[in-house]
Design a protein around this ligand. Structure first.
Ligand SMILES: Cc1cc2nc3c(=O)[nH]c(=O)nc-3n(C[C@H](O)[C@H](O)[C@H](O)COP(=O)(O)OP(=O)(O)OC[C@H]3O[C@@H](n4cnc5c(N)ncnc54)[C@H](O)[C@@H]3O)c2cc1C
Length: 405
């Protein structure tokens, strides 16, 4: 039995019973947040027959789901093994979604290496664990690398980790495609439309208040990303979370030179199907009052275009050390993304402990996880049955600070 079939069987076992028919008395669900997570939940809900309204304060894929590196991965960094399997399940679902909606996902695996001997030795162990777990992961030497990625200068790295299941997606296009498909099945998308309150009767949700007026709702999904107040305000839930910024620079389309995702010391990059290079910066913002002040308001854009272009040019110059073709790259978009980071680095998925009609879906690695979260969250919302594979990610758990990203 191949891996994808096994994952499907496991997921079917986890979801004992099917969602009840939504044709006669469909559940009315408002999804707040039209990033990739909200879009996937909305798509899966609409597909199962729910009456869905998606609202976003700004618009689809305008926050983390735009300023993301969008690496679909389940490599050694996804720990423990249950979380790794959860991410692999999502990779399998990405293949299904790609087929259903013709999404711009590019598969080809990832190649990752580090500078020092100590970190490289650790990487070798981490990849050995992946191989033990049955993944398509191995260390690759110089001769193979030259065939796999002739356009990359590995700088003499003797050992590079290859993770064969990984891919990358254009996250804005994928988010919009999922929303458009949901709309074709009857969902409504409203933006800019801000969630401002909830209305309860006898303890149950009856509607939500928004900047565009009230909307009837049996359930509310908070797919509000790094928003610091949504969980407390609308779900009466203390969601311990932090956020860190990351810069993503995208080039104009160029001839295809990369086959896989390149995670090199100092730069991450991949090339989309349309030829655009996506470069992510590795080090965080420099220390200093000026930066701290500028970042305090969590901006998504630079104060001026020339500053953004300067920053992107520096990032492209680092990437050029590994991919010489980057010398011809022309900056198209530069974006400051803010990671939604529940304190322990794992997703928060499930009904709020004190508000059973409000469902939280807040996470990092939301690009990787969007398909599986959409599938399982819509199942839980419509059937009322708990999906066993979400048990570790409930909002009511104890949170311990673990800096995974
Ligand atoms: C620099 C960077 C690199 C990353 N790299 C990767 C990667 O390689 N792979 C990976 O899997 N993940 C990666 N991530 C994480 C991933 O991008 C996020 O986990 C994912 O995009 C989260 O999607 P989301 O839909 O939950 O949130 P978002 O895309 O942030 O969407 C939340 C939406 O909620 C809306 N909203 C908030 N409050 C309200 C309200 N009151 N009313 C209405 N709307 C509201 C906002 O306007 C926003 O559009 C990265 C993130 C960053 C920042």
């Amino acid at each position: 039995m191949d891996r994808r079939t096994l994952l499907k069987l496991l997921s079917a076992t986890a979801l004992v019973g099917c969602a009840p028919s939504q044709t006669e008395n469909p559940l009315t669900v408002v999804v707040a947040g039209a990033g990739i997570v909200g879009a996937s939940i909305a798509y899966h809900l609409a597909k199962a027959g729910a009456r869905v309204t998606v609202i976003d304060r700004v618009g689809p894929a305008t926050h983390a789901s735009r300023g993301t590196f969008a690496w679909i991965n389940a490599t050694y960094a996804k720990q423990p093994r249950s979380y790794h399997q959860f991410a692999q399940h999502s990779i399998s679902n990405w293949h299904d979604l790609q087929g259903e909606l013709s999404l711009p996902v590019r598969w080809g695996g990832s190649l990752e290496w580090f500078g020092g001997a100590e970190r490289t030795a650790k990487l070798v162990d981490q990849i050995a664990e992946q191989a033990d777990w049955g993944e398509d992961a191995r260390m690759v030497g110089a001769a193979d690398l030259a065939n796999m990625e002739p356009g990359v200068d590995f700088g003499g790295a003797a050992q590079v980790a290859f993770s064969g299941n990984d891919g990358a997606v254009d996250p804005v296009a994928a988010t919009k495609a999922m929303l458009a498909a949901a709309q074709k099945m009857g969902a409504v998308v409203k933006a800019p439309c801000e969630l401002t309150g909830t209305v309860l009767k006898a303890g149950r949700l009856v509607s939500v208040e928004t900047s565009m007026g009230p909307i009837k709702a049996d359930r509310l999904v908070l797919a509000t990303g790094a928003d610091p107040v949504a969980a407390e305000k609308f779900a009466d839930t203390d969601l311990p979370q932090r956020t860190t910024p990351g810069i993503i620079a995208v080039s104009k389309p160029m001839p295809l030179v990369l086959n896989s995702i390149i995670a090199a010391p100092g730069a991450h990059l991949h090339q989309r199907l349309d030829g655009r290079m996506v470069v992510g910066e590795q080090q965080g913002a420099p220390a200093g009052d000026a930066h701290a002040e500028r970042l305090a308001g969590r901006p998504n854009d630079y104060p001026e275009r020339w500053i953004a272009e300067d920053h992107a040019a520096r990032m492209f110059a680092v990437a050029e050390e590994f991919v010489p073709a980057m010398a011809d790259a022309v900056v198209e978009d530069v974006y400051i993304g803010w990671r939604p980071l529940p304190l322990d680095g794992h997703p928060v998925i499930g009904a709020a402990p004190n508000r059973p009609d409000v469902y939280l879906a807040v996470m990092h690695s939301g690009v990787t996880l969007a398909p599986v979260v959409g599938q399982l969250a819509s199942h839980e919302l419509l059937s009322g049955e708990a999906a066993p594979s979400l048990a570790e990610y409930r909002p009511g758990r104890e949170f311990e600070l673990i800096k995974r990203y």
